[in-house]
Design a protein around this ligand. Structure first.
Ligand SMILES: NC(=O)c1ccc[n+]([C@@H]2O[C@H](COP(=O)([O-])OP(=O)(O)OC[C@H]3O[C@@H](n4cnc5c(N)ncnc54)[C@H](OP(=O)(O)O)[C@@H]3O)[C@@H](O)[C@H]2O)c1
Length: 353
């Protein structure tokens, strides 16, 4: 058997960093050999530095590793990055310039014209943008990003519809879990028994990222999807799993009205990664739930090991054409799992050499 790729995690002690550790524990292709975080943590054993928040035990091997400083010297050439955007803006290019493949969760470079914003099921061809990055030519290193946690669920549900019928307008209202704010995140006195109708920058990110992801790669840049989108983002007292209420106005690609069954078939037939052997790819990326009170975050977020998104409540919309609900796991499909799937795709394309 081919030996595993040696990988590092930047921001290893945070919410997303911990998910990386959990999801990579028995990964067939990747092995964690380096963990880094802030000066508060570096030099400590991971087991002392990290306040472990997940419901599986911290792996012993990881607990005994020493947290390294966030410096490319001594780091492996494949880096999963889970840093706040302000820190990522400075650190991620340092690693890319030092020859690393930086597979990032942060928003710092998602909208940069030469940085791919990728969901493997949606727009794998956008990965070609890494060849436009100066670091790729100079050191071989590059940056690849995955979208915001709320964007991923939305775009997964929209893509098969856009492909078959076209989409002209999108309205989305989110109910986002508190784990999306990192740790310690939103103070309990603010969120318990409450809804906070504001998440800084989130609506702008959802709107811009959705159109880039559904856009077309044309030469050295992506032309965003020509559609109108508006997002309302709310923080709710749910631990994990983002819920989104979506209304859409369809295009006229088929030249006839689109039925309930047409949309269900578009979701059911969506298997763009079938046969590619990517270990983290769910067999059924979009799962339909027919019950009238589903999907719900507590009941549906772990479908497909947290990598499937669940859609339900498809019904006519009296303002646009159709409306539905989507649930996705924000720290798995929306963060660490998304980056791992991106890295698996890069490996399968021989771009992790
Ligand atoms: N949570 C989600 O659902 C989610 C989803 C999608 C994307 N994201 C994005 O993923 C990124 C990480 O989010 P998170 O929720 O994991 O945040 P978090 O829990 O606050 O963790 C932040 C991590 O960054 C490290 N760090 C802080 N300052 C640093 C510095 N100067 N140098 C090196 N490392 C530093 C922290 O290390 P210390 O422990 O040493 O401070 C910690 O490991 C953010 O950009 C976020 O927007 C999060």
């Amino acid at each position: 058997m081919k030996s595993k790729y040696s990988i590092g995690i930047l921001g290893a002690t945070g919410m997303v960093g911990q998910r990386f550790i959990q999801l990579l524990e028995n990964h067939p292709w990747f092995e964690i050999t380096w963990l880094a975080a802030s000066d508060r943590s570096s030099g400590k054993l991971y087991g002392e530095a990290a306040k472990w928040r997940l419901d599986t035990p911290m792996p012993d091997r990881i607990a005994r590793m020493t947290v390294a400083p966030a410096d490319p010297a001594g780091a492996p050439k494949i880096i999963f990055a889970a840093l706040d955007a302000g820190i990522a803006r400075d650190l991620e290019p340092l690693f890319a310039n030092a020859g690393c493949a930086v597979v990032s969760n942060s928003s710092a470079y998602r909208m940069a014209p030469n940085v791919p914003l990728v969901i493997p099921e949606i727009n794998a061809e956008h990965l070609h943008l890494i060849e436009e990055q100066p670091s790729r030519r100079q050191s071989g290193g590059y940056m690849v990003t995955n979208p915001n946690c709320s964007t991923i669920g939305l775009v997964m549900a929209l893509k098969p519809i856009e492909e078959r019928f076209g989409i002209e307008q999108i309205f989305v209202a989110t109910m986002q879990a508190i784990s999306g704010a990192g740790y310690p995140g939103v103070p309990s006195m603010d969120i318990l028994g409450n809804v906070i109708p504001y998440i800084g920058g989130e609506e702008e990110k959802m709107e811009a990222e959705t159109l880039k992801l559904l856009g077309k790669l044309e030469g050295p840049a992506v032309t965003p999807l020509d559609a109108r989108i508006t997002a309302h983002c709310n923080r709710v007292a749910v631990e994990d799993g983002h819920t989104e209420s979506v209304s859409i106005k369809l295009g006229n690609k088929l030249g006839r009205p689109i039925t309930h069954d047409d949309i269900l078939a578009a979701w059911a037939d969506f298997h763009p990664l079938a046969g590619q052997g990517l270990p983290t790819a769910p067999a059924q990326p979009i799962e339909w739930t027919p019950q009238s009170d589903r999907p719900q975050p507590r009941l549906d977020r772990n479908r497909g090991n947290g990598m499937a998104v669940t859609v339900g409540r498809l019904r006519p919309c009296s303002l646009l054409d159709w409306k539905f609900t989507v649930v996705s796991h924000n720290t798995i499909r929306g963060a660490a799992g998304a980056a791992i799937l991106n890295a698996e795709l890069l490996a399968s394309l021989n771009k992790l050499q």
